[in-house]
Design a protein around this ligand. Structure first.
Ligand code: GLU
Length: 511
């Protein structure tokens, strides 16, 4: 598809076509992800990045990452690293950046853009606004502002900046400029949103906006307007929480003679109780999902389905399939509920789609992190294959698979089936050992053969419990695990008998 969006794609609100500048329609499609490095990479930020990336890839446009680090106090390099790592881990590569490939500090990639490196650019446009009278220095101190605010409340007016410094002829004696303000016209501001249709704000309620602390220190709403223009951003796709910034940005675009990008404010992500998913909670950090063993493929799939749905019924989709289908027309307006069970399901489906060697390679670091040495590839393959139907995450393979590699310590009492005397368990385990020892090593891979040896014992003891329970604990050291036949198929004859012997020793010691 061409890099220019055909106008008939705007099905949701055809009337906008006539109202949009022709130049806006004809501009090459370029989108940006503009995160602030002030905290961990939130799952919602990852989702906004994904929407931009999918949109760009779908139409053959460009995807740009811009680190919005104008807030010097709150921005931190480690958070920028986390953003970049997270985007790259999800596979959301960007198309350009300010620095040549291999530049120190840029990790051999193309960027990203950083607002902190663009101060001189913002300064030029601040000076332009000051020179043409669209912006002015404000000398009001915090106390002045508070007094003005109280005055407005007392007069029954909605509080906003009074405009005190708007008409000053000269700087007030003895005062230094506190900030730079943009003159907000008292008009209605209208813009068109691809998801929400026509959106109207009353700018008369805003008051004159602070757009910079000084010429060297622009604030978000201003820097974003300059960058979106200079980076030739055609579409601004961002979270709905930014919708009230848009009219402010539109007014500044007009004052600067800039293009107005096409906006799409995507619905917020909600908790199951429909409350807003907060940035504060650590469990919404993308890294948390990565560390628990969710695949990037599954997260991409899951995040794409938050508020958007594909045309057909097929929900398990690869990044390529999502790129082929993604559009903003089928993005819903209502908040999108984060359904963790669906994520688990998608993760399992994507794990099943991986070739076994690939899955093993992804599971291995999880064992390493848990301190379990995995040197037997054949054993790992058996374990991964066995657990695949149960595991929801890569971490689950470790939780459920560690005992195969290293027998955990356990109490003899765990061997007792429903409080049965340990002497009875000992005799049951001895019978099981004798029956199993009669099976040749090659036949341990045959579940039916193992079951055939054990079932007569179960019949003699009026049920499988008194036979299978102590055997399973002897093999796994755990109260919950796959059944004993499955474990023995993986461990093989020698190791299985060794573990049973260890359990018998334990029981002998308690007698
Ligand atoms: N820097 C803003 C943020 O992290 C987003 C800016 C935008 O998308 O316009 O919330």
């Amino acid at each position: 598809m061409e890099g220019v969006l055909p106008i008939w794609n705007f099905r949701r609100n055809r009337s906008i076509i006539g109202k949009m500048e022709a130049s806006a329609i004809k501009r090459p499609i370029r989108v940006r992800m503009a995160p602030s490095p002030t905290g961990s990479l939130h799952i919602g930020t990852a989702r906004t990045a994904l929407c931009n990336w999918l949109f760009a890839r779908h139409v053959g446009g460009a995807f740009v990452v811009r680190i919005e680090d104008t807030d010097k106090e709150r921005s931190e390099q480690r958070y920028e690293n986390e953003l970049i790592d997270g985007f790259l881990w999800l596979g959301l590569g960007w198309d350009e950046g300010p620095n040549p490939v291999g530049t120190a500090g840029d990790r051999g990639d193309l960027g990203p853009y950083r607002q902190s490196e663009r101060t001189a650019i913002y300064k030029k446009y601040l000076e332009q606004l000051l020179a043409d009278g669209s912006a002015y220095y404000c000398y009001c101190s915090k106390e002045d502002l508070e007094t003005q605010r109280q005055g407005m409340i007392a007069a029954g007016l909605p509080p906003k900046y009074s405009g005190h410094c708007r008409h000053l002829e000269a700087p007030p004696a003895g005062k230094r400029p506190e900030v730079i303000r943009f003159k907000v016209p008292e008009t209605k501001v209208e813009f068109h949103d691809l998801i929400r249709g026509k959106v109207v704000f009353d700018a008369a309620l805003f008051g004159d906006l602070v757009i910079a602390k000084d010429l060297e220190t622009p604030l978000y709403n201003f820097a974003v307007v300059v960058d979106d223009e200079l980076m030739e951003i055609s579409h601004v796709i961002r979270g709905e929480d930014h919708i009230s910034n848009t009219p402010k940005q539109v007014l500044m675009q007009k004052a600067l003679g800039f293009h107005e990008p096409i906006y799409a404010h995507i619905p917020l992500i909600l908790n199951a109780d429909r409350s807003k998913m907060s940035k504060r909670f650590n469990d919404v950090a993308l890294a948390n999902y990565r560390d628990r063993g969710y695949l990037p493929e599954a997260l991409v799939n899951f995040l794409a389905l938050l508020g958007w749905h594909p045309k057909g019924n097929k929900e398990v989709l690869s990044a390529d399939e999502l790129v082929a289908q993604f559009d903003l027309e089928r993005m819903q307006q209502a908040g999108a509920v984060f359904n963790e069970e669906k994520l688990d399901w998608l993760n399992r489906e994507h794990m099943k789609l991986l070739p076994i060697k690939d899955l093993m390679a992804r599971v291995k670091p999880f064992f390493a992190r848990a301190g379990v040495a995995v040197d037997d590839e054949a054993l790992l393959e058996k374990i991964v294959t066995l657990q695949l139907s149960r595991a929801k995450t890569l971490g689950d393979f470790v939780a459920a698979g560690t005992f195969f590699f290293a027998m955990p310590a356990y109490e003899a009492s765990l061997l007792a089936w429903k409080g049965a005397p340990l002497a009875e368990m000992k005799s049951s385990l001895e019978d099981a050992r004798t029956a199993l020892a009669a099976i040749p090593a090659e036949a341990f891979a045959d579940r039916e053969r193992l079951l055939g040896a054990l079932d007569p014992l179960a019949a003699a003891r009026q049920g499988r419990g008194p036979v299978f329970w102590p055997l399973r604990v002897a093999l796994s050291g755990q109260s919950a695990s796959p059944d004993p036949m499955e474990i023995m198929e993986v461990l093989g004859r020698e190791e299985s008998l060794r573990r049973i012997d260890a359990a018998l020793k334990k029981l002998a010691a308690t007698a």
